[in-house]
Design a protein around this ligand. Structure first.
Ligand SMILES: [Zn+2]
Length: 456
């Protein structure tokens, strides 16, 4: 059981950290072991206690008669007059549950002043299971040389195990694993911080730090543009995120404007990784949804893929297997972000999205095979550009516009820009479908960010 002890907030949060560390250790070392314990036994890294009567303070709303009607309470673990699960006991030290409030500010310890909120997830079965069907699809894909040139990471999955989870479990695992990778690069502020997850009675919850996020429209602007620093910093952080996460094939079914937010308070004064440090006045936060997927790479290079599984999705993938559309020739892209300042031609492998109705299902189940880094980056760039002010900003700064232009063939870009200018609600899939997208978008984008960052 996690080491939550009654006492200080620090002890309670140390208990949450211990649970998260155990999950990451399992994901790096022993997925099979994880499936044996997660949500099943007292040894699960996160607590499931269906016997809880407190239900995050809901007990307080019951009448005396209703309370007297409560039966079958394990006598050895009475706390007060009714049984509280361990998360309810811990949280009742940190907040006043009786008030019915789902938010609290930490009042003592290292996290003094931080706000946390309890987020309830829709009800459903919680599970993590091994599935074989993605493997058979992968085997077919790897016979296509064009595909392997576009998505070299896919071949690393040849000996991988694929684990499907329900949305709640999947989001928890992808979020916490991503955070562990980002932390190695000092970029952990780029995703929401889930302190812990638990199942109390019939409901599943996350405890999430509330970092008071802003939307793009809330950021300072002059006239109808953001400053160069803000625009560059946002682009650089999004590209940096996908660059760091590229080996882990994090996949995002097409994001919405709720999936990216900004903060002026929680950010390092500079960010970046490896050989590049970029000054920043704002931080970008990318939401990890229940439909994201990730490849965990263990210490001995064993790979495991975790994704959001549903029976309906699995059936539809079996009926209509994913077929990649990768052009066998490289295409010429004009790149005007260069050290010398003149435009050059870059050759790049390209792919196009399959034109299928159930694209969301395909992405959920087969994110690892769907050009995850490149497509994720394109999706977030188009999402950002669908904001009028951000679009005007990128178009008004020559080097940032050149970066954007270098990611598309000219005809495709003009079509995308027309749609971005004329529509309020942009459908990212419709916009990117049938366009030629660069397989190397992330690597290419990161090189350009480094060059722009070097400018005097
Ligand atoms: Zn409880």
């Amino acid at each position: 059981m996690p080491l939550v002890s009654v006492g200080s907030a620090d002890d309670i949060f140390s208990g949450f950290d211990y649970s998260r560390d155990r999950l990451i250790d399992f994901m790096n070392r022993d997925f099979e072991g994880l499936t044996a314990v997660l949500w099943k036994t007292g040894d699960s890294p996160f607590i499931k206690d269906i016997g809880c009567q407190c239900k995050l303070g809901a007990y307080h709303k019951l009448s005396i008669e209703q309370r007297l009607g409560l039966k079958d309470i394990p006598a050895s673990i009475y706390i007060g007059d009714y049984y509280k699960c361990l998360p309810c006991s811990s949280l009742s030290i940190l907040m006043e549950m009786e008030s019915g409030c789902e938010e609290f500010v930490v009042e003592f310890g290292e996290r003094l002043g931080q706000t946390y909120k309890i987020v309830k997830f829709k009800r459903g079965l919680r599970y993590l299971k091994s599935f074989d069907y993605p493997k058979s699809i992968l085997t077919k894909l790897l016979n296509d040389r064009n595909y392997t040139k576009c998505e070299p990471g896919a071949s690393k999955l040849i000996s991988a195990q694929f684990y499907g989870a329900d949305g709640f479990t999947n989001k928890m695992m992808v979020n916490m694993y991503t955070e562990s990778i980002l932390m190695q690069n000092g970029l952990q502020h780029m995703i929401p911080y889930i302190a812990t997850a638990f199942i109390c009675a019939d409901d599943s919850y996350y405890l999430v730090r509330d970092d008071k996020k802003l939307r793009l429209d809330d950021l300072d602007k002059s006239g109808d543009v953001f400053s160069f620093e803000t625009t560059f910093s946002i682009l650089a952080q999004v590209i940096s995120f996908f660059h760091v996460m590229e080996p882990y094939q994090i996949s995002f079914p097409f994001p919405t404007s709720d999936d990216i937010s900004f903060s002026k308070s929680i950010f390092p004064k500079e960010f970046g990784h490896r050989d590049c440090r970029i000054a920043s006045n704002i931080s970008v936060c990318i939401n990890i949804s229940e439909d994201c997927g990730i490849t965990a790479i263990g210490k001995s290079d064993n790979t495991t893929r975790v994704f959001h599984h549903t029976e309906a999705d699995a059936r539809s993938i079996r009926c209509t297997p994913f077929t990649p559309k990768v052009e066998s020739l490289t295409f010429d892209f004009t790149n005007c972000v260069t050290r010398g300042g003149c435009c050059v031609i870059n050759k790049a492998y390209v792919y196009r999205l399959p034109n299928r109705k159930n694209m969301l299902q395909t992405m959920r189940q087969l994110g690892a095979f769907m050009y995850p880094s490149s497509l994720g980056l394109y999706s977030f760039l188009v999402l950002l550009m669908s904001n009028e002010c951000f679009y005007n900003s990128v178009k008004s700064y020559k080097q940032l516009d050149a970066l954007w232009c270098s990611l598309f063939l000219e005809l495709d870009r003009k079509e995308i820009e027309c749609a971005l200018i004329s529509h309020d609600n942009v459908n990212i899939f419709k916009l990117l479908r049938s366009k030629y997208l660069r397989c190397d978008a992330v690597k290419h984008g990161w090189e350009l960010i480094k060059l722009i960052n070097e400018r005097p």
